[in-house]
Design a protein around this ligand. Structure first.
Ligand SMILES: [Zn+2]
Ligand SMILES: [Zn+2]
Length: 314
């Protein structure tokens, strides 16, 4: 957390999207959780990332307190990267991203299965409110925005160079990256999740030139996250079902941001669960047995080759 001071002006949620809204970073974390990857060379092997890019991502994750570097026994100039408690707390974000890919992308069926150990249920969990225990959909919630929250969210901070796209299957975060991979797209998707529809409303909220805004909105339409209707000033952009299903990812990113920046001033971004009136503390619940899931209750199981071949040929 040594460099925290230098970035204290950066909005905590913006820092979270900058850090985790990146395909290689999500891949690094996925391998850390699923394959217990801890070493630089293992990530190189498994992700195919260029060494310099991997070095930069791991350094950013160490700075953010997600990994801690531990000298390897017998080779003190080499390090293992171990997930800290804060790092382990990203598991619900990863499960939500996985669940979305599983349900809403073409190659989703090829992803590993999430299994609940206690009941054996396989497949994505549902989002619940930790406060009242109910299942939560975006329609049950309200997003509250502080006065300058959007401005603070979109301004400042470093822009990171994008990692080159690898053709490895586990690098395929393209579709979810359209929605969370940069702060502007995240803002548009977030506002749409909060119920915003009209072009003019987006324009006022984001203080953006019509050309740039149109371009962002079109990109989200191409990714089938939004769909367009109407013309001129009455033009509207609505979330598609797969766009609305991104809600859990946003809720967990927001919650993790609070965990990662406990000292930061109020972010000005709050999701309220209307049914209980409290700020949403998101959690995951098994669809099979309705139990609240903890990280150690679930595991990923790769699909068998027979299943993969059958899915590929169907
Ligand atoms: Zn609630
Ligand atoms: Zn279960």
């Amino acid at each position: 957390m040594s460099e925290q001071g230098a970035e204290s002006a950066l909005h905590p949620v913006a820092a979270t999207f900058d850090l985790l809204g990146d395909r290689l970073t999500l891949t690094i974390l996925r391998h850390a959780f699923v394959n217990h990857t801890r070493r630089f060379n293992q990530w190189i092997e498994r992700t195919g990332a260029p060494p310099a890019v991997l070095t930069a991502r791991l350094a950013a994750l160490v700075d953010a307190g997600v990994f801690v570097r531990v000298p390897q026994a017998g080779a003190p100039d080499r390090f293992d990267y171990r997930l800290t408690d804060l790092g382990l707390a990203t598991w619900e974000i990863l499960v939500s991203v996985w669940g979305w890919q599983r349900e809403w992308t073409a190659e989703g069926a090829l992803h590993p299965d999430l299994v609940h150990g206690a009941c054996g249920h396989r497949g994505p969990p549902v989002l619940m409110c930790r406060g009242c225990g109910r299942t939560v959909t975006p329609r049950d919630t309200e997003v509250e925005l502080g006065d300058d929250a959007l401005w603070r969210f979109t301004s400042g901070g470093r822009r990171r160079a994008r990692a080159p796209v690898s053709d490895r299957a586990d690098m395929r975060f393209d579709e979810v990256m359209a929605a969370i991979g940069d702060r502007w797209s995240a803002t548009v998707t977030g506002l749409a999740l909060a119920g915003m529809r009209r072009f003019t409303a987006f324009r006022t909220a984001m203080n953006m030139s019509p050309t740039t805004l149109t371009e962002r909105l079109s990109r989200l339409c191409d990714a089938e996250i939004l769909c367009r209707s109407g013309e001129g000033a009455g033009r509207e952009y609505r979330l598609t079902p797969r766009g609305r299903a991104l809600f859990g990812i946003f809720a967990f990113l927001l919650a993790w941001s609070e965990l990662a920046h406990p000292e930061a001033p109020e972010s000005g971004l709050l999701i309220r669960h209307r049914k209980c009136g409290a700020p949403l503390r998101p959690a995951l619940r098994c669809r099979g047995c309705d139990t609240h899931l903890a990280r150690t209750d679930v595991r990923f199981e790769p699909l068998s080759h027979t299943v993969i071949d059958r899915l590929r040929s169907s």
